[in-house]
Design a protein around this ligand. Sequence first.
Ligand SMILES: Cc1ncc(C[n+]2csc(CCOP(=O)(O)OP(=O)(O)O)c2C)c(N)n1
Ligand SMILES: [Mg+2]
Length: 458
Amino acid sequence: MALLNPPPPPPFPSPPSPASSRPPPLPAVVLPLSQPPRTRHSVPRASATVETIEKTTDSALVEKSVNTIRFLAIDAVEKANSGHPGLPMGCAPMGHILYDEVMRYNPKNPFWFNRDRFVLSAGHGCMLQYALLHLAGYDSVQEEDLKGFRQWGSKTPGHPENFETLGVEVTTGPLGQGICNAVGLALAERHLAARYNKPDSEIVDHYTYCILGDGCQMEGISNEACSLAGHWGLGKLIAFYDDNHISIDGDTEIAFTENVDTRFEGLGWHVIWVKNGNTGYDEIRAAIKEAKAVKDKPTLIKVTTTIGYGSPNKANSYSVHGSALGAKEVDATRKNLGWPFEPFHVPEDVKKHWSRHASEGAALEAEWNAKFAEYEKKYPEEAAEFKSIITGELPSGWEKALPTYTPESPADATRNLSQQNLNALAKVLPGLLGGSADLASSNMTLLKMFGDFQKNTP
Ligand SMILES: Cc1ncc(C[n+]2csc(CCOP(=O)(O)OP(=O)(O)O)c2C)c(N)n1
Ligand SMILES: [Mg+2]
């Protein structure tokens, strides 16, 4: 059961037996900021080796931007006196790199089709996403929206809602389902790319990124979807596993000691381990570069982080998972991270640095629009079909394709009638896809004119 204000931590269970794949848990103390966290798995992993790439931004500014994200989350949760500061504090580095250095998007048009998608599967950590959307220049998350976090009618609900906050792709909160939606988004990209890209014009070309936590990994549904993603070889799906070893009730040693890396390898994913997700910016950058180079498999980047990083007395403990730090600890964290600013302050140089995303995003969209205009001239039929799929507008007269029945029509099972209708519609609705839980021959959902979505027939 979720404990929003958990009691003090119980003593940890005795160290795991030699059969366990993991060493004993870290003590709940703050780690010196200059040092990487101690790592848990001692198994050497070839795929964990990451190369160093050049930095794209001055490292002091990156650190400042990352701390801005941390404090926007701390301050918003503090003001609301409810929420989850721990995840944003630990995931701020990967969040910064994703939204500032890696992802292609236009903050002024969250609906631009060819944007990269981001799903925060660990939806409780939504202040991470709101801080990033705010810095990136999305109009949906202004300073007053951050100040209204978790308030009735605000644009910043306690878990992300795609119908409330433009820029949020997927509503999340129920653990595990965000990563499943991310698999769906990557599947859609792969299908549309295979169907509409031409050798001389790639109009569909974007990545799907996801951050999931221990809780998402515990949920069985995430394994099912990730199994499909591996089967399909969704190379443009890159998931970050926030490996902080803490969930609501304490250390994951209590209930979750499986080796996630080898499980994902078994599912057909490429797996990379970033051992220092707190300050290892280059490790994170290199992991993303490596993930992008693997085209035929989805990638799981396990990023070992410290929940509540920077809080001297609460980091690395479940007390920072889902409660405000409290005024005393906020002050201590400000001192510890060297943050002299008042609540909700975004330093000018950080603001200026992020402000380029509006013009860069507009340029990316304009470039794509020009590409699409060319495509439309060369391939008018495909372009019309593609547009109908991405806008959801049905082709005129589609309903004429439906079979008609009268009271005199012979009796038939509803699933057979459904099949007749689905197959008639499939001829006129280019976006109609189906799926069935290994049950199509019984529930009659097969679209007979198409084959199956497979790795080599996407
Ligand atoms: C399906 C589901 N079960 C339970 C919960 C309640 N819950 C919310 S957060 C959480 C713990 C998540 O742990 P983790 O993903 O490790 O997040 P962290 O503590 O690292 O922020 C749980 C159990 C939920 N949101 N969804
Ligand atoms: Mg966790």
